[in-house]
Design a protein around this ligand. Structure first.
Ligand SMILES: NC(=O)c1ccc[n+]([C@@H]2O[C@H](COP(=O)([O-])OP(=O)(O)OC[C@H]3O[C@@H](n4cnc5c(N)ncnc54)[C@H](O)[C@@H]3O)[C@@H](O)[C@H]2O)c1
Length: 330
């Protein structure tokens, strides 16, 4: 009997790309997503439409923080591998509605870990963490050895909690788990609340774009296909110690190149063929100035190798955006 791979958050940006890549490899995918209204639900439904074309795709609209519903579904399918990407994402929104972050990111994570704990022959629980756990660390690039005990947003704190809980479940119940700290992921089918989308939309419409900290910020922008290839590689490689017991590991998945926000904006301008009007704003209290991933461990342990440069990635993003939103572009 074969068991499906559970992908949570499959109607979301990264979850959609992961589910699609698994389906293209011939895997059976079980997908959970509650189609949260945090951003445009039509975009989520359109992603699902593509996934539903695959015969091995099973979708359930379900909230991962609802224990009994998750238990019932889990018993129906018995997944042995999980890619857990469902979350209330977004650093800034966590100042407005911290409660959803705890419900989804902490309670939902715990409920899934509990299922994995009792699943016979369970193989691997791979879950999304974030570069935001590095908080105000100033040493760049961020290494998995660096301290992460001072997050500066509720979002980052919930992701740190996920790492801690996963470590506990590995220690007490031998659940093989790996956490992946993603660094600013962008690309086609991306999230409308993230800067790439906000900039694209506003530049096209001729509206001013908000630029925090006078643009003196830098990010390690990572193209979504590189993230997907990292997730798929790690899914097949849970870590074990010499005694054969699972080890809980956390890895950085980033492009490992720091790009300035102003260069990011000028690449978007070039690809759209229009200059941005910029509204400079002070630093946002929950934002960090710079991020950059040290990916040594990811390279060594599972051959993670990001391939798409920012120039190439922005070109692909703008091409997709113009096509997807063609009816609404003026
Ligand atoms: N995109 C990035 O740059 C980035 C960076 C670091 C970490 N991450 C993490 O990666 C993961 C995927 O992020 P994304 O960018 O695809 O976000 P996304 O918001 O597009 O996807 C998350 C999905 O989870 C679903 N969801 C939310 N609450 C749920 C609940 N209670 N039950 C079931 N489904 C629920 C949403 O409907 C959404 O489709 C998240 O865990 C996020 O925190 C993303």
């Amino acid at each position: 009997m074969s068991f499906p791979i559970l992908v949570t958050g499959a109607a979301g940006f990264i979850g959609f790309h992961v589910a699609k890549a698994l389906l293209e490899k011939g895997e059976q995918v079980l997908a959970f997503d509650n189609l949260s209204p945090y951003y445009d639900v039509k975009l989520k439904e359109d992603r699902l439409k593509i996934l539903k074309e695959f015969p091995h795709f099973i979708f359930h609209k379900v909230d991962i923080s609802k224990k009994s519903e998750i238990e019932t579904l889990w018993k129906q399918y018995h997944p042995k591998k999980v890619v857990h990407l469902a979350a209330q994402a977004g650093v800034r929104y966590s100042l407005e509605d911290p409660f959803t972050y705890i419900e989804t990111n902490v309670m939902g994570h715990l409920i899934l870990l509990e299922q994995a704990r009792f699943e016979e022959g369970f193989q691997h629980f791979v879950y999304a963490s974030t570069s935001s756990v590095y908080g105000m660390n100033e040493k760049l690039p961020f290494s998995v050895e660096d301290p992460t005990d001072s997050p500066i947003s509720v979002y980052a704190a919930t992701k740190k909690m996920d790492e801690l809980l996963s470590g506990v479940y590995r220690y007490l119940f031998k659940v093989p788990a790996t956490g992946l700290r993603f660094f600013t992921v962008y690309g086609p089918w991306g999230r409308p609340d993230m800067s790439a989308f906000i900039f694209l939309r506003k530049i096209i419409k001729g509206e001013p774009i908000p630029v925090f900290n006078e643009g003196k910020m830098a990010r390690d922008y990572t193209y979504v296909d590189d993230i997907v290839s990292g997730i798929l590689k790690v899914l097949e490689k849970p870590s074990f110690d010499a005694a054969g017991d699972p080890v809980h590991k956390v890895y950085n998945l980033g492009n490992s190149s720091k790009e300035s926000l102003m260069r990011f904006i000028s690449l978007i301008e070039e690809n759209i063929g229009k200059k941005a009007q910029i509204e400079f704003l002070p630093m946002h209290p929950a934002d960090v100035k710079e991020t950059c991933a040290d990916i040594k461990e990811s390279q060594q342990d599972f051959g993670f190798e990001p391939k798409i440069s920012l120039d190439e990635g922005i070109k692909k993003l703008v091409t997709w955006y113009k096509d997807y939103y063609k009816d609404t572009l003026v």
